[in-house]
Design a protein around this ligand. Structure first.
Ligand code: NOJ
Length: 577
């Protein structure tokens, strides 16, 4: 057996088109209003036909669901609302029969406060479990006990919560109910590797390593010197994100898994990871993980935190978007593999961000073509294949299934914002927009469940935004997705995309996203108009074949493409002259 442990065995994910499933919202097989594993299994044939061959399955472990499964209370049990261990095994086996791999979302930087380790840590300060987390004594300030330092969490609250009847606090960089695990403790590292091995032995093909960037903390726990948010607390990611020890922890973790398996390990890296750092961690030669999800290509339209902005101010900054893709490509090509995505369960729907609800059909196809042929392994977020878009809910409470949105709303109300403005903002920015039920047909709750759903279904399922209707329409977004995905998996095209060179065309053009791959045996060009207006784009190549297009024809005259709103195509270039 090959034992250069960090060396990836055959990097099978380079031939994959991935698909992201948020389990709670995909399909409810037992009509309790919550999606489940059997529901997902019943749609595997659909997914195989769509052309995807890799699923990233959102977290399914037992959890009080404070953070919708990212707060695990038992890693070795399946959340009963999602099914059983047998259901998972079935799902994996059936997926494998259809040629689909499954990676599980593994939240291993923190647990739920209902996990037995944490319960024991609270109950007995001398227990071994106390060392699984970060407990520190509070400080006395003007005679009052305050947190050990001034760190704020990502959820706009202090990163420390006091242990009742004690002068100690515990650290949580997300919600209060998600105490952070202390990865500097070898027992924690061993336990999490054992969990991962358990699921690999069950048949899983790898993991999305949730919150990977935050595995290590500044163990001096010194105060941040950055300016505070007015309440004395500071979100200073340098204190707990992308610190050097993350690589060491991941190496130990992946070495344990690589002995008998060939898993795909995708790290989720917020906290401003640099492409250089990511290329090291995912290095083909000796990096501990397979790929890194970065956040640099989301929110490139000024929508993040945009409560004070008018709708007209939210505009895709296409040059910024291209430069982010380019930066990552330049550092990773030939050195590290990369995942590609437009959005996931932590962002609003991409169609409402970079696309256009007015040009839904054209923009959904344009977004897909643009992403699919960039360097990397593309991941499609469930529902994007029918052009699902943001919701139009009526009140902040409609978004309250999400704890982060609840804290946001409390904060905004405390700052004096009215509910109308907050609702408008949430309809634009809340991540609940991406967590509504999958729209299967025109039936009750869009065919998701007879019972209802955690988040209200988007009413537009009655206007053709559902799988059933789009399967029957040859020009639908869904049929385009299917055709495009199978093209993306063509070996010749895949070789040009993965191994060929990538060059952006007319880089500073603010309206058009265009690029060229020069592969060993074919040359490809993508041209995409990212606006609702008509745009001319100069072009001096000889077209060999139009592989994908989202209008009836491609209009080229006098070396100029006349692009219609969100027009996009993929061409093979003739270089025989
Ligand atoms: C990253 C997950 O994607 C997100 O949904 C979650 O809230 C945070 N980790 C914290 O658990």
């Amino acid at each position: 057996m090959y034992h250069n442990l960090c060396m990836k065995h055959n990097r099978w994910w380079r031939d994959c088109v991935g698909y992201v499933i948020y389990p709670q919202a995909y399909l409810d097989s037992n009509d309790d209003g919550i999606g489940d594993l059997r529901g997902i299994e019943s749609k595997l044939d659909y997914l195989r036909d769509l052309g995807i061959n890799l699923i990233w399955l959102g977290p399914i472990f037992k959890s009080p669901m404070e953070d919708n499964g990212y707060d695990v209370s038992d890693y070795l049990s399946i959340a009963p609302e999602y099914g059983t261990m047998d259901d998972l095994k079935h799902l994996i086996d059936r997926a494998h029969e259809l040629g689909i791999k499954i990676i599980l979302d593994l939240p291993l930087a923190a647990t739920s406060d209902e996990h037995p380790w944490f319960q024991m840590a609270i109950k007995d300060p001398d227990s071994a479990e106390r060392g699984y987390y970060f407990f520190r004594k509070g400080k006395l300030k003007d005679g009052e006990l305050v947190p050990p330092n001034n760190w704020a969490s990502f959820n706009s609250i202090p990163a420390w919560t006091k242990v009742p009847d004690s002068d100690e606090y515990y650290l949580h960089i997300f919600a209060e109910k998600q105490p952070d695990l202390n990865w500097s403790n070898p027992a924690v590292r061993k336990s999490m590797a054992d969990v991962a091995l358990f699921y690999l032995n069950l048949g899983a093909d790898g993991f999305r390593i949730d919150a990977m960037a935050h595995l290590s903390k500044d163990m001096s726990f010194s105060d941040s010197n950055l300016p505070d948010h007015g309440n004395g607390f500071v979100l200073d990611t340098d204190k707990f994100s992308n610190r050097p020890e993350v690589g060491e922890y991941l190496k130990e973790f992946s070495d344990a898994l690589n002995v008998d398996h060939d898993p795909c390990l995708i790290g989720e890296a917020g906290g401003g990871i640099t492409p250089e750092n990511a290329a090291r961690l995912a290095s083909i030669e000796n990096g501990p993980v397979s790929m890194i999800f970065n956040f640099d290509t989301v929110w490139n339209n000024g929508a993040f935190g945009s409560i004070d902005k008018k709708d007209e101010e939210i505009k895709t900054d296409l040059v910024l978007l291209k430069s982010n893709f380019q930066r990552w490509y330049e550092k990773c090509h030939g050195v590290a593999d990369m995942p590609l995505y437009w959005c996931d369960h932590d962002h609003p729907r991409v169609l409402s961000q970079y696309g256009s609800e007015k040009y839904r059909n054209e923009s959904a196809k344009c977004l897909l073509t643009t992403l699919l042929f960039l360097y990397g392994t593309p991941f499609i977020y469930y529902g994007d294949e029918i052009g699902m878009s943001n919701v139009t809910y009526d009140k902040p409470e409609d978004f309250f299934s999400d704890s982060a949105t609840r804290t946001d709303v409390a904060y905004l109300r405390s700052k004096g914002y009215g509910d109308e403005q907050i609702t408008h903002y949430l309809n634009r920015c809340s991540r609940v927009n991406s967590r509504t039920p999958m729209q299967w047909d025109r039936g009750e709750n869009a065919g998701f469940s007879k019972k209802g759903s955690v988040n209200k279904v988007n009413g537009n399922y009655l206007q053709g935004i559902n799988i059933y209707d789009q399967m029957r329409d040859p020009w639908s977004i869904l049929n385009f997705y299917q055709y495009a995905i199978w093209k993306r998996r063509d070996a010749l095209l895949n070789d040009a995309v993965i191994n060929g060179t990538l060059e952006f065309l007319d880089f500073y053009n603010p309206d058009v996203f265009a690029y060229r791959h020069v592969g060993a045996s074919c040359e490809l060009i993508v041209v995409s108009n990212f606006t609702e207006k008509e745009v001319d784009f100069p072009f001096y190549h000889a077209i060999g074949e139009v592989i994908l297009q989202n209008y009836d024809n491609v209009y080229l005259r006098d070396h100029t493409f006349h692009l219609r709103p969100f027009e996009s195509f993929l061409l093979r270039i003739r270089n025989d002259e």
